[in-house]
Write a new protein. Structure first.
Length: 280
């Protein structure tokens, strides 16, 4: 992240703009220091090139549990588990690639403008599996800045080590209090975390706030396809991967007031994909 990028950051407590006070690395990126709210305040640490824009006290219940026992504990297991278990549990054609291609199509990247730079945000970017796919889909002429936020230092550490990050702007933060100015992003994506969020409605309202009006927002997570039969094996496997949620389903009922649903669909046996926008 460069000092120029700080312009769209906001203090997740006060909503005030932030200024960086610290050291840059050789590429001119934020290395270490503090992001301080204009007008004063405690501010937010930048450590090893990564801004940390959340307070530990906010992270409770399922968010804390999942981070401690899964995302920070075994980040290395995430990608192989997704790759192997999806076709094993859902059926041989319902692979990770198949699922990711389906929801990425909904981001309507071909409609992005080419006459100005655009910003794309992945909330809960994890180990960054969507990032190379997003870049590969960007049409020629689109100048896109990709941003990724996540709560787990373990997952983001894995992303940084993988080389997938490229020039993506990465930060640690909480999906319930996105540290960005209103209407900062031209596309917003979230995959795989929201079923375990403490308050999915609040996270959706935050995605709506930081997206420009009329921007497609794509959210994907687990839901057992209500439109087809499932054997006992499918049901048990689904229960095992969603043990933390009594009723995993598309959060179409928790969208902010005024949201327009563009598609609420089931790209594979275990996953919904919900595309929506706020009126333009
Ligand atoms: C199953 S992983 C999905 C990662 C990535 N989106 C993908 O498609 O591979 C879910 C991610 O949600 C993140 N997460 C969980 N709670 C969060 C929160 N409150 N705010 C931001 N990210 C969160 C986890 O740290 C984890 O990286």
């Amino acid at each position: 992240m460069t000092p120029d990028d700080v312009a769209i950051l906001r203090c997740p407590e006060s909503g005030r703009p932030l200024t960086f006070d610290g050291a840059l690395d050789r590429r001119g990126h934020l290395a270490r220091g503090r992001l301080r709210p204009q007008g004063g305040g405690e501010g937010w640490a930048v450590l090893a090139g990564l801004p940390r824009l959340y307070r530990e006290a906010w992270i409770q219940g399922p968010d804390r549990f999942m981070r401690r026992w899964f995302y920070d504990a075994v980040p290395r297991a995430h990608d192989p588990a997704v790759r192997l278990l999806l076709p094993l549990f859902q059926g041989p054609r319902e692979t990770e690639d198949h699922l990711r291609e389906q929801y990425l199509t909904r981001m309507a990247l071909d409609d992005l403008p080419t006459d100005r730079p655009v910003r794309i945000l992945e909330v809960s970017v994890g180990t960054g599996a969507n990032l190379p796919r997003l870049r590969a889909r960007l049409p020629k002429g689109v100048q896109a800045q990709i941003w990724g936020l996540d709560l787990s230092a373990g997952m983001v550490g894995r992303l940084q080590a993988s080389g997938r990050a490229g020039d993506a702007r990465l930060l640690l933060g909480d999906a319930h209090r996105l540290p960005f100015a209103t209407a900062s992003f031209d596309r917003v994506l979230h995959v795989g975390g929201i079923n375990a969020f403490a308050d999915a409605g609040r996270a959706l309202a935050e995605m709506a706030r930081v997206a420009r009006p009329g921007t497609p927002i794509v959210v994907c997570d687990e839901q057992l396809d209500p439109g087809r039969p499932h054997g006992l094996g499918h049901r048990l496997a689904f229960k095992a991967v969603t043990f933390y949620d009594r009723n995993p389903h598309s959060p179409v009922d928790r969208l902010p007031p005024g949201a327009q649903v563009l598609a609420d669909e089931q790209p594979s046996r275990f996953f919904y994909s919900l595309t929506w926008q706020m009126p333009g």
